[in-house]
Design a protein around this ligand. Structure first.
Ligand code: G6P
Ligand code: MG
Length: 225
């Protein structure tokens, strides 16, 4: 049983990368490429840890993993993050609605049909472009601006702002995430957390599904009972 009942839920606050679409693969590819260039050893742990983390914080995490956090000036770090973003933007420019993860479109339609409010809580400054390429912009009238945040995930700020944008109390919102840092943020915001992916990684999620196709209102209701 979750902290609130399914019937109390009025809104959904979504992460984007790895939930709506598989852009997490593109982020990973672009960071891995940069890590190789910087001679930082790539690992699954680093890959998982980067999910949900802002661009500059991701770069810091990579440099730290290679004990190189003091090797670059701020301007050099900005240039490295920009290089990663250029590669990432090139990948997302090729995206189409076919890149929407299984079941997501049907789930969003179901949410709309049942009167749930929907917001986006992605740390990505490329979020609106990705939504546009997926032709999903209309589903997300409320988007938290990541540039307005003072702290990134796992801080609850982005999810708290998501609920605020919807005019809803946090406990009446469900947050959906594929990253451990994101689940932590949702829980700290006092929303109900739905995790998509690995059980060990997402062990703190209130509700968890292996993949997006399993995320339906009926399954969420069952899991919250
Ligand atoms: C999301 C992704 C992260 C990414 C971050 C910033 O949270 O999960 O992997 O680093 O957004 O994305 P951006 O497109 O602004 O570099
Ligand atoms: Mg994500």
């Amino acid at each position: 049983m979750t902290k609130v009942s399914f019937e109390q839920i009025k809104g959904f606050v979504f992460d984007l990368d790895g939930v709506i679409t598989d852009t997490s693969l593109y982020h990973t590819k672009a960071w891995h490429q940069l890590a190789d260039k910087l001679d930082v050893t790539w690992s699954k742990e680093l890959e998982d840890g980067l999910k949900g983390i802002s661009r500059m914080d991701s770069l810091e995490m990579i440099l730290k993993a290679g004990h190189k956090e003091n090797d670059y000036t701020y301007d050099e770090k900005v240039a490295l993050a920009t290089e990663k973003n250029t590669n990432y933007v090139n990948e997302i420019s090729k995206m189409t609605p076919e890149n929407i993860l299984p079941g997501i479109k049907a789930f969003l339609d179901d949410l709309r049909a049942n009167g749930y409010q929907i917001a986006l809580a992605s740390a990505s400054k490329n979020g609106p472009t990705v939504l546009k390429n997926l032709e999903l912009t209309d589903y997300f009238p409320k988007i938290v601006d990541p540039a307005s945040l003072s702290k990134g995930k796992p801080d609850p700020e982005i999810y708290t702002k998501g609920a605020e944008l919807l005019g809803l109390a946090p406990e009446t919102c469900i947050g959906v995430e594929d990253a451990a840092a994101g689940i932590e943020a949702i829980n700290a915001a006092n929303e109900v957390s739905v995790g998509i992916g690995d059980a060990t990684l997402l062990k703190d999620a209130d509700v968890r599904f292996d993949n997006t196709a399993e995320m339906t209102l009926a399954n969420i209701k069952k899991a919250m009972a």
